[in-house]
Design a protein around this ligand. Structure first.
Ligand code: PMP
Length: 403
């Protein structure tokens, strides 16, 4: 993998901040976009733009073709059985809210239970809490050990005859832990319970195969996979999606409307009310083409090298503690340096041109479990280099000495 060449595809990486070369290590929040993705947006607006699906004219048909081809690209990317199982949403958050609403309506009543884990992003906590208020369901939480691994025996014990769904993150956005999702799914399925995986931090780094996982629902966001903002995916097994009622009402999602009665469209349109972001879906397909051409296995190997190297170098820094030390980890490292507030570290690194994230990372319950307010988080992507990690390590050490 030629990282120098890859970097040339990302114009933003050439810029400076405060007169220093940008070192972008906030890929967990969002990734930068290659030229092919940005150019696709401009090209489609300039040469194809027209609303999709109902138009008989040339542009509308062409735009529809691009949009539906993108659905097929996503299907192929995660190896879903059918493009009917690919629902386009605004992002992971919208996808989980959609599912929480529809599952709540179709399959949950007072006293039913949903299992999540300690390391969930707020977007896989709050939608279920809204359902607690609306439907009287109960949330149960899988605990973890100090390395940041879920306690599987405790998980088994949480399952009861009232459990209606297990909803956990594939990869933690704070700890980097890659959860044993196949085992989690197996255990749930043995009890006849469906599983939703939040794949926001997994899809950019791992080859995800929903059929091999046998997962019932899977969500992710295009903007974390080198694609545009405003596009996400809810994958669902067709049999499940067929059972669920629509989420929102409007155009696209109907078959026939009269004032007396409305019938709903087939999958996936039943869940896609209103004009979709068809420009965004085309650009997302370009992002998928881009990373697929490099090879997900090569990306994973490169990021693994970066993470191993950074972990080793971080351990040389006096007073630095890493949060998340599971043996099976993705390219995210959260840390704190003794006596230095995460916000001060982030602000000073920023002045040196290094973009890292600081704070609770939308995982406040996890912070409470760790007994801290927040961390500094460095997260690596396809274009990051060992030299950038050397710079990060040198600057962290310099900040440490300043304190
Ligand atoms: N889940 C996880 C694990 C995440 O890291 C994020 C993004 N930080 C989300 C969900 C939410 O994604 P989005 O903001 O794109 O909806």
């Amino acid at each position: 993998m030629d990282v120098t060449k890859i970097r040339e595809d990302f114009p933003i990486l050439e810029r400076e901040v405060y007169g220093k070369p940008l070192i972008y290590l906030d890929n967990g929040a969002t990734t930068q976009k290659p030229r092919a993705v940005v150019e696709s947006i401009v090209d489609e607006y300039y040469s194809v733009n027209s609303n999709v699906h109902r138009g008989v004219h040339f542009l509308s048909q062409r735009a529809t073709e691009l949009h539906e081809n993108s659905r097929e690209s996503v299907r192929n990317f995660i190896n879903a059985a059918s493009s009917r199982e690919i629902i386009f949403t605004r992002g992971t958050t919208k996808a989980i809210n959609l599912l929480a609403f529809c599952m709540g309506e179709a399959c949950m009543k007072e006293g039913d239970e949903v299992i999540i884990s300690t390391m969930e992003h707020h977007s896989n906590i709050v939608p279920w809490q809204l359902l607690e208020t609306r439907k009287g369901i109960r949330l149960k939480v899988i605990p973890m050990n100090d390395r940041g691994e879920l306690l599987m025996d405790e998980y088994r014990n949480l399952i009861t005859d009232r459990t209606r769904l297990v909803s956990v993150t594939h990869v933690s956005n704070v700890l980097g832990t890659i959860n044993p999702v196949k085992e989690i799914i197996n255990i749930a399925h043995q009890a006849g319970i469906p599983v939703l995986l939040d794949g926001a931090q997994a899809v950019p780094h791992l080859q995800v195969d929903v059929r091999d996982l046998d997962v019932d629902f899977y969500t992710f966001s295009a903007h974390k996979v080198y694609g545009p903002t405003g596009i996400g995916v809810l994958y669902g097994k067709e049999a499940w999606l067929d059972r669920l009622p629509p989420y929102q009402g409007g155009g696209e999602m109907i078959q026939k409307v009269t004032f007396e009665k409305t019938t709903f469209n087939e999958l996936p349109y039943k869940f896609e009310a209103g004009t979709p972001d068809y420009i965004g879906t085309t650009a997302f397909a370009k992002a998928i083409d881009y990373i697929t051409a490099i090879g997900m296995d090569k990306i994973a190997a490169h990021e693994h090298t970066l993470t191993e190297y950074a972990t080793r170098r971080f351990k040389e820094i006096e007073g630095l503690r890493i949060y998340g030390e599971a043996p099976h980890k993705s390219s995210i490292i959260s840390f704190l340096v003794a006596g230095i507030h995460h916000f001060d570290m982030g602000t000073l690194l920023d002045r040196l041109g290094i973009a890292v994230r600081t704070g609770h990372h939308c995982a406040q319950p996890l912070m409470q479990r760790l007994g801290i307010e927040g961390t500094v988080r460095a997260s690596f992507g396809v274009y990051n280099t060992l030299q950038e990690i050397d710079a990060l390590v040198a600057w962290i050490d310099r900040v440490r000495k300043m304190f």
